[in-house]
Design a protein around this ligand. Sequence first.
Ligand code: GLC
Length: 522
Amino acid sequence: MARLPPVRWWRDAVVYQVYVRSFSDSDDDGVGDLDGIRSRLGYLELLGVDALWLTPFYRSPMADHGYDVADPRDIDPVFGDLAAFDALVEEAHRHGIRVTIDLVPNHTSSEHGWFRAAVESAPGSPERARYHFMPGRGPDGAEPPNNWQSVFGGPAWTRVPDGEWYLHIFAAEQPDLNWTNPEVWADLEKTLRFWCDRGVDGFRIDVAHGMSKPDGLPDDDRTDAARELLADHDGDPRFDHEDVHDVHRMIRAVLDHYPGRMAVGEVWVRDSERFARYVRPDELHLGFNFRLLQTGFDAAAVREAIEHSLESVAGVGACPTWTLSNHDVSRPVTRYGGGALGTARARAMALVTLALPGVVYVYNGEELGLPDVELPDWALQDPVWERSGRTERGRDGCRVPIPWEGEGPGFGFTSGEPWLPMPAEWSALTAATQLEDPESTLSLFRRALELRHDHPGFRGSGIEWFGAPPGCLAFRRSGSTLVCALNTSDTPVPLPPGDVLLTSGPLLDDGRLPPDTAAWLA
Ligand code: GLC
């Protein structure tokens, strides 16, 4: 199988997240698949990305669209088979694109052979010891063993017929593995090697702050207000337990045997020092810092998020990892206000992010400026919808399939019925339409990625801040020439000195930078 040179390629890479279900459907069952991705490699090369992150394509009953894995070393038939996977990796490499894949070590599917055996076995059996099975509390053990809540709503425990309860931090179909059990470790190691041997270039570790749990699974005694801040998880007994770092050391030790492979963690830990522990030299290569994604369109807050992210990795010599978007959060266009305003702001923030040193992740459809879709109740599939008692609509709105071409739903994604309805007005946002239009968001991304890749101004691993008018920010890549300016105020401002390389929207006739716009200069 063709391999690209084994360097630390990720350090300034642009990685494109493919939500496999929604990217491209080759067999017209309405669900994206591996052959569909392979058919779009030309587009991805044109876009200029260095690598892909594929969301889970393993055997799965799809209770959480593949994050409930029934066999981590096989492909679900809805996505293809191992031959299709090998073909994808090989052809991606021929296009100069690396392939990284998602691993889900915190939990399995309830249809995994291990869990089925656990349910069929007696309390106290070795089969149950791979998960967290416990007797309940209260009369007849009818109350869950502790007060933990599922991230998706409702209790984090479900009872089996013999009266024991099992832990699931996510859906009931996603039982948590017991990371004190050596078989669980051995299995992840086997999975890592399996995919490395098939030629993958790295892994995204799902819920990298999960896995290990405190002894005895004590109650969560935080106040309701503290618990509301779910994304932060600070002080949350379900996450960021000390022993999880041993798991990451094991992952790193395996990957160190395979030059040129990396691991990036999904680390929802806000505290800088605690976050930095995940990217120490013997742990994960990269960790998503979600601060920028959680920040509104406000220059001071954006600057603070950037500074925080840089500081938190600098102390351990790791590389910053930026993201504005993924399959779990509202899309930037919508988050920043929707419509033309949201689009202008999302374009501006894309330039800010792509000017930064380190790795940038782009979520499929972000380069098309797609907004969230307001889906009708009948279409909703995210387990969050049912588990929240239909009070939270969940994440389907940011997962609607990619519009490739044409005038009507399907839009070249599928000739069948797309698994989530695609809005008719997306005919204006298809990749084909945007490729023809030099002002489109796709054209902006293509130009930005090309400059980031080829222009000498993008060297330098730090940034220096310039003074900027209120509501604005400006920084330069240290030791280099690229300057990025952002205007989040409501008045036009003069640009810093330099030649304009690219702007997220038109400058004013007098050369000033309008509101909701960013510029690159050198
Ligand atoms: C991660 C994934 C999310 C999934 C959850 C449970 O947060 O990004 O999509 O639902 O883990 O696996």
